[in-house]
Design a protein around this ligand. Sequence first.
Ligand SMILES: Nc1ncnc2c1ncn2[C@@H]1O[C@H](COP(=O)(O)OP(=O)(O)OP(=O)(O)O)[C@@H](O)[C@H]1O
Length: 580
Amino acid sequence: MTANKKKAFDRRAIWQLIKPYWISEERWKAWGLLAVIIALVLVMVYINVLFTDWNRTMYDSIQNKDYVAFKRLLWQFCYLAFPYIVVATARVYLTQSLQIRWRSWMTDKYMAKWLAHQAYYRMEQGHIADNPDQRIAEDLRSLTSSTISLVLGFISSAVTLVSFVGILWAISGPVSFALMNHELIIPGYMVWFAIAYAGVGSWIIWWIGKPLVVQSFNQERFEANYRFGLIRIREHAEAIALYRGERRERGELNLRFEDIRQNWWAIMRTTKSLNIAVNFYAQFANIFPLLVAAPRYFSGAITLGVLMQISSAFGQVQDALSWFINTFTTLADWKASINRLAGFNLAVEQAQKQPASISVERNNVGAILLEKVDLALPDGSALIAGVNGTIHFGDRILVSGPSGCGKSTLFRAIAGIWPYGGGDIQIPHKSKLMFVPQSSYLPIGTLRSALAYPADEGAYTDLAMRHYLDLCRLSHLKDQLDVYNNWGNRLSPGEQQRLAFARVFLTRPEVVFLDEASSAMDGETEEALYSLLQEELPQSAIVSIAHRETVARYHQQRWHFSNRDNAPGDSVSRLSIQPL
Ligand SMILES: Nc1ncnc2c1ncn2[C@@H]1O[C@H](COP(=O)(O)OP(=O)(O)OP(=O)(O)O)[C@@H](O)[C@H]1O
């Protein structure tokens, strides 16, 4: 990408991130708030101008020992200070309110985008974008708050600049000098010096601080990676403890922290150079105007009072001009957030547009139809070839085959979350499909909400929940429906699987896919639950992947997948259907 194209891309990315809220259904409120905030900023600059005037008259009155004027000016101070306090407070309050409104709106949209069409799943599968959690939580916060403070800072500096340039122009007067026998006169020359000083200074500081954009982008990424590593230990605490995996975990965490450490040193080195430049710039700014205006003072063209006035007006102008410099770090962070959010958007689009070469459609059919379904891996290699099959309501199908042949992947394809492969899958209109994996997801919360998942916790009556807990041999949990816990850690794998069966009975789907959903139960409980499926859901189709042969007698048909490398040169599983 050429530099110009990249700049155009950057501008487009920035605009595409910022625009949606300001043209959304909330636009009137947003623009209204922004207008009020800008008005308050302008009032604050105006009061600042009045303050400088007040300063001049106040110090005049002190110098002239004018006690009457001194008392009057004290009253005047109150008239300026109180409105200032009210305006400044309202400005911050309304700015914060605009920030949270914008952030809420953006967060809602981003969460919807991330969760729609299983983009979150595909992004993880394909490792398309790192740490989406950081992008949704941190970067949206930073984008909304920094954009607003950058815009307001810009407006405030620009208005300060215009106001004080006028003052500086009026008091600094012209300077004349001879150049090749011509006399050159520069009017308001101090203004030009202020512009030159701030322009050159800004450019140097921008040039030194440039690497911070990439460095702060990396820092956020490394911090998020490290945090994620810590969270994984929490999530898998028991397995790690049983494996005595602490040494490995520590090594992994150290590696992740090393990224943080090294990048931080790079940030420190850039910041050091940046600070030398910034401090040099700020210190020199104190004497620069004196240095430039001194010749006129020593030649008697201006008085000491005017010299001091020039110096302070110069300070205001140069301060306003160097707004960009002072906000350099904010700007770098802001740009890094923009880049991450633009990357996130691209990743979501990529994940959602991923060509689903297996067509899964809801149709007016009376059974699930699989026609010439081929399954492949993300790298394109074939997994299962030519599956043709029909699953009628009431069918009992046992899916078997060697480990790794692609049984679970077939379930994923029917669920519509596996895009790699080809063929057609048709699913009856309005029929409820339920997929039960070996290890079910149990949200942290009350047992009631874990049982009702993915429905809301109030979806089923207590009576029904207790009834199915009883039937699924979980009577000891009957009185704990309101107990808050991390049930995924608290319950044994067998109990979790029984809970998942209770969920099936509560949901009453037309088709149930059980993927080794009873593998952690003892044989007797497993058989009891399969009988219960027969009694409770006689009209539903049950498709199970199970390795234990004892469950075979609860099924009427076997879908057997061959080993992937059965025949030489053929590393694809093939399906054969046999009655049981
Ligand atoms: N996201 C992925 N990327 C690459 N390969 C994958 C991915 N998911 C699954 N696989 C591979 O696809 C193959 C089939 O996996 P699948 O889980 O369907 O097997 P399975 O027949 O259900 O095995 P098991 O009986 O052990 O549960 C395996 O070799 C697995 O490693």
